[in-house]
Write a protein that binds this ligand. Structure first.
Ligand SMILES: NC(=O)c1ccc[n+]([C@@H]2O[C@H](COP(=O)([O-])OP(=O)(O)OC[C@H]3O[C@@H](n4cnc5c(N)ncnc54)[C@H](OP(=O)(O)O)[C@@H]3O)[C@@H](O)[C@H]2O)c1
Length: 358
């Protein structure tokens, strides 16, 4: 693909707004179309971001001949179906994280991309941030010696109420819980530093809606390296990462959206870096996709598909340890009315038991 990459957005919700904003700082890219399940939401998003073409369903977006690449931004249970719809229609796909709900879905999705010779990448935006690129360079240059320990946390205290059940964080039918929402960032960071773990140990508290409200995860490696991770949706935590090596350490505040980091080498003055985003940080993953497409690549070397699959496999193992299974939701291609009925039924069931205890 040469020249400008023409983007479509599928599922114009919270994160899609950030993607659209970030796209302004991406050379060789333009926002051409948006697809929503509702004509009103498609129009209002398109008006806000000056998007010329709007569709009131996802299939028409996937079939739009003026679109080269589609950003899939629905809640996680719908990533696989939506991404496959686009791949089968001949579009490159940048799919929000986690790439799918589980490894079986990830295998099917990746097989679909390969069968149709289409580009696919998980939108693990953290990995492309300039600060994280610098961290990788420090590690490759042996700046802290051999990394031995990673600690990382990402916990926020979200309100649990009848109203917030409509959102995806507490609702099992929308893939709720901390692991798939923010735990995936820390697991991906551990993969970046240490690779695939050989031991996985974890403990979670499943709350009243039966999703993980807080969890501790330990990943172990044959070399004795350890990642100690904590994620939560009901507990506020400092949200930082530390990589501790044999010669020093790296501290990354707000590591998943990092704009700064400190390298401390034993016996030397610490080096502090600050690299503000050009726009909002979402531009860097999109720049990677544009570059890959222009070079004719079908996946990114920085966030390869086998790694996305392995990350989901690790999360499957963790969820098995907790006994956390997700219900199967109805078709994402259902009408708005079907969706409202489906969701109302499940939310009423969950809402009946909600009475926050803490
Ligand atoms: N990279 C990041 O920093 C980051 C941050 C937050 C979230 N995310 C990821 O982005 C994805 C979307 O998160 P979000 O917070 O943007 O979600 P959201 O606002 O709740 O939903 C996104 C959109 O998905 C569409 N959708 C399709 N089927 C749906 C259903 N059954 N129920 C609800 N919405 C449905 C809706 O658009 P229409 O109905 O208009 O089509 C909705 O606006 C998640 O997988 C999440 O992990 C990434």
């Amino acid at each position: 693909m040469a020249g400008k990459i023409r983007w479509g957005i599928l599922g114009p919700g919270t994160i899609a707004q950030k993607f659209a904003t970030g796209l302004k700082a991406v050379p060789d890219a333009e926002l051409t179309a948006v697809g929503s399940r509702s004509v009103e939401r498609a129009n209002s998003f398109a008006d806000r971001f000056n998007i010329p073409q709007r569709h009131d369903n996802y299939r028409d977006l996937a079939d739009n001949p003026d679109v080269d690449a589609i950003y899939v931004a629905t809640p996680h249970p719908f990533h696989k179906a939506c991404a496959m719809l686009c791949l089968e229609a001949g579009k490159a796909v940048l799919c929000e994280k986690p790439i799918t709900m589980d490894a079986r879905q990830a295998e099917e999705l990746i097989a679909c991309a390969r069968e149709h010779n289409q580009f696919l990448m998980e939108a693990m935006w953290t990995r492309f941030l300039p600060v994280i690129v610098q961290v990788r360079e420090w590690l490759a240059d042996d700046a802290i010696g051999e990394p031995r320990l990673l600690t990382a946390d990402h916990g926020s205290r979200k309100v649990l109420s009848i109203e917030t059940l409509e959102g995806r964080h507490f609702n099992p039918e929308l893939g709720g819980g901390g692991l798939l929402d923010v735990g995936v960032y820390m697991i991906a960071l551990a993969y970046m530093v240490f690779g695939t773990p050989s031991k996985i140990t974890s403990l979670a508290h499943l709350g009243q809606t039966n999703v993980d409200e807080q969890a501790c995860i330990l990943l172990g490696y044959d070399t004795g390296q350890i990642a100690n991770l904590f994620c939560a949706i009901r507990t506020e935590t400092p949200k930082e990462a530390r990589i501790i090596g044999t010669k020093g350490s790296i501290h990354i505040p707000r590591f998943w959206e990092a704009t700064s980091a400190t390298l401390a080498v034993n016996g030397k003055e610490p080096v502090h870096i600050e690299i503000p985003f050009k726009e909002n940080g979402f531009e860097y993953q999109t720049i990677e996709v544009v570059k890959c497409l222009q070079e004719g690549k079908l996946e990114s070397d920085v966030m390869p598909l086998d790694e996305s699959l392995s990350i989901v496999q690790t999360m499957d193992t963790i969820r098995d340890q907790w006994g956390l299974e997700y219900p199967v939701f109805g078709s994402v291609f259902a009408t708005s009315q079907d969706k409202d009925t489906n969701q109302a039924t499940s939310l009423n069931t969950i809402g009946a038991v909600i009475c926050p205890k803490h």
